[in-house]
Design a protein around this ligand. Structure first.
Ligand code: AMP
Ligand code: ZN
Ligand code: FE
Ligand code: FE
Length: 278
């Protein structure tokens, strides 16, 4: 068993990177990919611990991408920290996140919510601030009862506290990952709506751009959705990948390796991905 989608405290997970290697080992995973949002800073620590506990840590990250009418996440694998040209792009994405966070703090003040930039940064403890941190401050202040409620009422796209951030164009993201020696996979393909014809066109386009995989076994997807995505991947010649999207306490329903208890990604998926390296 493996898990190809996890977040540490380097982005918006609650566990330090080394802990993810421990959790993967405890779950029985032979390999785990650390896929923090727009950062690879946790890979070295996770890998060092992985060696001690017998887990192969795959270097990865989850890239914030922007299309004409929405956002998209692409998972990048096998790009080592510091490797160009991805390293430079990650720096740009982090600046655009910092800029968004300042604007989000202004917006939240405008709508009367008591969250300052300083409080967001304290919650993220040195990592890049993400909306789950903002949501957690709102929970701590009793404004909402849960992180999910904070998203549903204020932070999700279309809600009054939402502020978008600049992302990479998906085709460019795929090209940059490939030029850096890695492979790109479309994360949680059903997250941006359920128009199946549009998804099929999107996947066809990305496959032509050099995408190698589609995340079908996703922690929060139902069995029928996973099966549908696996067949979509097969139709486009893509690897059907999978992972929990573990975030620790920020997404308390998900465990490393097993997701909600029904996830089991086969080791062979990683072999197939590695075979697609440029
Ligand atoms: P950010 O990088 O700040 O845009 O935040 C992205 C994080 O927020 C990811 O971990 C998502 O899973 C989480 N997220 C985004 N939209 C929602 C939503 N509608 N409900 C719950 N979590 C969400
Ligand atoms: Zn996240
Ligand atoms: Fe994501
Ligand atoms: Fe994620």
């Amino acid at each position: 068993m493996i898990d190809l989608h996890t977040h540490s405290s380097v982005s918006d997970g609650s566990d330090p990177p080394a802990r993810l290697a421990e959790l993967a080992a405890a779950a029985g995973c032979g390999a785990v990919a650390l896929t923090d949002h727009d950062r690879t800073d946790g890979v070295a620590a996770a890998r060092a611990r992985g060696r001690q506990v017998g887990v192969d840590v795959v270097s990865g990250c989850e890239l914030s991408c922007q299309t004409g009418n929405g956002t998209m996440h692409l998972l990048a694998y096998f790009v080592e920290p510091g490797q160009e040209p991805l390293h430079t792009e990650l720096g740009r994405l982090q600046s655009s996140r910092d800029d968004r966070n300042r604007r989000m703090a202004d917006r939240l003040a405008e709508i009367g919510l008591p969250v300052t930039l300083e409080e967001m940064e304290a919650e993220s403890a040195g990592a890049g601030v993400g909306r789950p941190h903002v949501a957690t401050v709102l929970v701590a202040k009793g404004v909402v009862g849960s992180v999910q409620e904070a998203f549903d009422r204020y932070l999700a796209k279309g809600r009054p506290g939402y502020v978008g951030k600049e992302g990479l164009a998906p085709a460019r993201a795929v090209a940059v990952v490939r030029a850096s020696g890695g492979v790109a996979v479309l994360a949680h393909p059903l997250t941006n709506g359920s128009d199946r014809a549009a998804l099929d066109r999107l996947v066809a386009g990305l496959a032509a751009d050099g995408l190698v995989g589609l995340e079908s076994q996703y922690g929060r997807y139902a069995p029928a959705e996973r099966a549908e995505l696996a067949s979509l991947a097969a139709r486009h010649g893509l690897v059907a990948t999978g992972g929990s999207d573990y975030h620790g306490t920020y997404k308390p329903d998900l465990a490393v390796g097993t997701g909600r208890g029904d996830l089991c990604v086969d080791d062979h998926v990683l072999v197939e991905l590695a075979a697609r390296r440029p």
